[in-house]
Write a protein that binds this ligand. Structure first.
Ligand code: OKP
Ligand code: ZN
Length: 346
């Protein structure tokens, strides 16, 4: 299987995030990708390729122009206002209840307008890395269009929390959504996105919520008890044309092990099979692992091989797009287990 990755993604490295009231080193860090690369290389059977250049035009397929312009210019505006010592981070969010939904002129106001939380800071190299991550996903689509049955876009920063004009949850550009849209623009009639990150893919859901040509299915921790808190409930089924093409399968924290997860994954896969997509995009978050430091499912290494195998049995051209996963010591081997299981299904 081909793996698309570029070192340019290292340019995005946020120093701190706030977790439980404390400033801690950011969990979403460049070493995450290193662990996956090491595991892929030591396993063998994977070919690393550099992404093609696409620039920021594809980002504008699923994000608003003003948001993309903001991402591109944010760091320079921040430096102008506050110097380059600290990462650019919002602190005041609009539109919160009772506030107006307008775009302020100053950088602090704009950061708050385009963010839904404080975990997506912008650093000197972020924009280049954000573009590079989308290019990894887009290259994966093109490899599949050229005949590969599957590919793995090793993207960071991740993307599934990024909505049309909002960053948050370590995400800026929605790599998986851009990939799905690329399949559509190259002739796919239907594309399914299966999000198996522990956290609900609120951004991807929002992007495709009123469309029937992209089915979004997500298995994640119950948002009544975990991030992203305000989206990802089972009663969100799509809107207008998109009604019936959004499937949320929230699961309980702490008690979700393979015996709970497997039948729910089977339900999601059955819905995808019935949909008969021309291509499948997997938002591959590895934070469902028992030892993940910020998540509460109980999956084990062997379960990941089964997940890959079950996805592979669908026999649909599949692009894996890397999302979360923060247990760095196991992250690489768990990721390889999914891809290896997928390969074994053929
Ligand atoms: C990004 B991805 C929970 C804190 C959650 C943000 C998590 C972002 C996850 N107490 N902080 O979906 O893995
Ligand atoms: Zn996650």
């Amino acid at each position: 299987m081909k793996v698309i990755y570029t070192e340019k993604q290292r340019l995005h490295h946020v120093r701190f995030e706030f977790l439980n009231g404390e400033a801690t080193p950011c969990f979403e860090k460049p070493e995450r990708a290193d662990m996956v690369l090491n595991a892929l290389n030591s396993h063998g059977g994977f070919t690393m390729v550099e992404p093609n250049s696409y620039g920021d035009a594809p980002m504008r397929w699923v994000h608003t122009d003003d948001y993309v312009d903001f991402l591109a210019s944010c760091w320079d505006q921040w430096v102008e206002a506050f110097g380059d010592v600290h990462d650019a981070s919002p602190y005041c969010f609009a539109p919160a209840r009772h506030l107006r939904n307008r775009i302020p002129k100053d950088i602090e106001g704009r950061l708050g307008y385009y963010s839904f939380d404080m975990t997506a800071a912008i650093t000197a190299g972020s924009w280049k890395a954000i573009v590079a991550a989308t290019e990894c996903a887009l290259t994966g689509v093109d490899l599949i269009k050229q005949g590969e049955h599957a590919a793995f876009a090793l993207c960071r920063p991740p993307g599934h929390h990024a909505a049309p004009d909002l960053m948050g949850g370590y995400c800026y550009a929605n790599n998986a959504a851009i990939a799905a849209e690329s399949f559509i623009r190259q002739g796919a009639k239907r594309v399914a996105v299966l999000d198996i990150d522990y956290h609900h893919g609120n951004g991807t859901q929002s992007i495709f919520y009123n469309r029937s040509d992209v089915l979004f299915a997500s298995i994640h921790g119950d948002p009544d008890y975990d991030y992203p808190h305000y989206l990802g409930f089972a009663d969100e089924e799509g809107e207008g044309e998109g009604l019936g093409f959004n499937l949320n399968l929230p699961l309980p924290l702490h008690t979700t092990d393979w015996s709970v997860y497997e039948p729910v994954l089977a339900t999601a896969l059955a819905r995808i099979a019935e949909y008969k997509p021309d291509a499948l995009v997997i938002s591959l978050g590895m934070d469902t692992f028992a030892d993940d430091p910020i998540s509460y499912f109980k999956l084990m290494r062997t379960d990941y091989r089964n997940i890959g195998w079950m996805i592979g049995l669908l026999n649909i051209p599949t692009l894996f797009v890397f999302e979360g996963g923060y247990a760095v010591d196991d992250l690489g081997h768990n990721t390889v287990a999914v891809l290896d299981g997928f390969n074994k299904a053929r």
